[in-house]
Ligand binder design. Sequence first.
Ligand SMILES: Nc1ncnc2c1ncn2[C@@H]1O[C@H](COP(=O)(O)OP(=O)(O)O)[C@@H](O)[C@H]1O
Ligand SMILES: [Mg+2]
Length: 356
Amino acid sequence: MTISQLSLTDFRNLRSATLDFDPCFNLIAGENGSGKTSLLEAIFVLCQAHSFRTCHLKQCINHTKSNLLLFGRFSDFKAGLSRSGSKLVIHVNGEAVKRRSELVKRAPINIVNSDSFALIDGAPQKRRAFIDWCLFHVEHSFAESWSEFKHALRQRNRLLKTRQDLKLLDYWDEHLLKPSLRLHQMRKRQCAVLQKIFALELDELLHGIPIELEYRQGWPESLELKESLIEHRQRDVQSGFTNFGVHRDDLILTSQGRKVGEVLSRGQSKRLGIALMLAALKLVNKCSQQRIILLIDDLQSELDLDAQKRVYQQLREMDLQLFISNIDSGKPEALAAKEFKMFHVEHGTIKPRNFS
Ligand SMILES: Nc1ncnc2c1ncn2[C@@H]1O[C@H](COP(=O)(O)OP(=O)(O)O)[C@@H](O)[C@H]1O
Ligand SMILES: [Mg+2]
């Protein structure tokens, strides 16, 4: 999927613009504070109905305005999104849609930014979100299992919190169990596939340092999930939430039995983060047979020149629509031979430019 045109109004410091994008390479240049990340964010929000910078879309509305508007033409659909106060309205092909997933499933999008490197040493939630992003785009049944699971977990936690109707716990355990086991199997399988692709990326980026990627279930290994729910029920009632389950799953990265955080330098850890991301992009590219929209924000401030070069060399081989933000207007060396469309951002105004 590619986005061919974006119209935006009052998105952060970007007041109003209609931009025609290249299906492959787009470079966004401008000084610090000009609005480059905001433009990438606008594309992301239009595809995902949430932001990578904030959980509150309201913050994306220009400070002096009360609503923001986004409209985009994609290869085979049109999407519109407006946010005014607390009201979010999403349109796909002119029809209002209620479920976010109706929008999200249409255009796989991801971003590489300083946050991507938190994949390695950040909270488990980041790694779960990472594996689930792959699953969402390659496993047709993932979205349904995920929403069933979330609904059941919310209901179970509500019972545990209020301690009313605790006799309904059996019912919700049953409803939690089925989608949880499906998610468990999907994540386990996906990790095994990812590990294989990932090994190739590592050769390139970490010069052969051995790294093992392992799926760790969010409940004791010695127990079936059903047993774990029963065994920990008392503890759950006391704490007012479900202590164990797939919502506590994690991906564990080790090198020869030791946690990567203890072994790798900061620079190596960043290379590892990007290798994981590249592996996921390859996987989704291959399985979904869809072009992925990839936003790359300020890579030069995160990775050394050699790593940047290797990353761009890999990216040029994939089927992606790239949006790269840069302070200067030079193309990354490894992509120098490619045709780019360039946009120059200055104090919230975006102007298409030709390379001269
Ligand atoms: N809701 C908002 N309304 C108006 N301006 C905003 C809003 N949110 C952020 N900004 C401003 O937008 C400017 C551009 O930010 P950003 O896109 O991060 O720039 P860049 O990535 O080019 O460094 C910043 O000066 C920031 O303070
Ligand atoms: Mg920025």
